[in-house]
Design a protein around this ligand. Structure first.
Ligand code: FEO
Length: 164
């Protein structure tokens, strides 16, 4: 067995969290589309797809080590927010939660001498630095905009340029 049962369970749990992340971000896309912020909707749409890729990475790993993926239920995400700042603050908090979860997984891999898992998880440790930084940067821009519609339109335009 390339990975322990404990490690397998924890990775399966993380697959669920990544899929939940995609679902949460699709909820935010729904909010922005309804509010006609198409740039912010576009940015979060790409973000949701990235989360599906994160889940896929873990999914592939479980299969590659000859184990079976288990899938849990997804939580119902919100499609109602106060304003753009509220959305991106929630996104930043969510990414912090995911970082903590990845770090716990990584610690488990180290303490249980799960070398293959440890190696695979290193990518996620680096990715989370970028994930938090992306959301944190947008929160700063939105705080600076202080709800002024001209500034919000500019930020919307900028986020609309995010590439896949
Ligand atoms: Fe999959 Fe945004 O972390």
């Amino acid at each position: 067995m390339m990975i322990s049962k404990k490690m397998l369970d924890a990775i399966n749990e993380q697959i669920n969290l990544e899929l939940n992340s995609a679902y949460i971000y699709y909820g935010m896309v729904a909010y922005f589309e309804a509010e006609d912020y198409s740039g912010m909707a576009h940015w979060l749409n790409i973000q949701a797809k990235e989360e599906l890729e994160h889940a896929q990475r873990l999914f592939d790993f479980v299969n590659e080590v000859g184990e079976k993926v288990t899938l849990g239920a997804l939580d119902k995400p919100s499609v109602d927010y106060k304003d753009p700042l509220d959305v991106f603050k929630a996104g930043l908090e969510h990414e912090k939660f995911i970082t903590a979860s990845i770090q716990k997984l990584y610690e488990l891999a180290k303490s249980e001498k799960q070398y293959a898992a440890e190696e695979m998880l290193r990518w996620f440790i680096n990715e989370q630095v970028e994930e938090e930084n992306n959301f944190s940067h947008i929160v700063t821009l939105l705080e600076r905009a202080a709800g002024k519609s001209g500034s919000l339109m500019m930020i919307d335009g900028k986020l609309g340029q995010r590439e896949e």
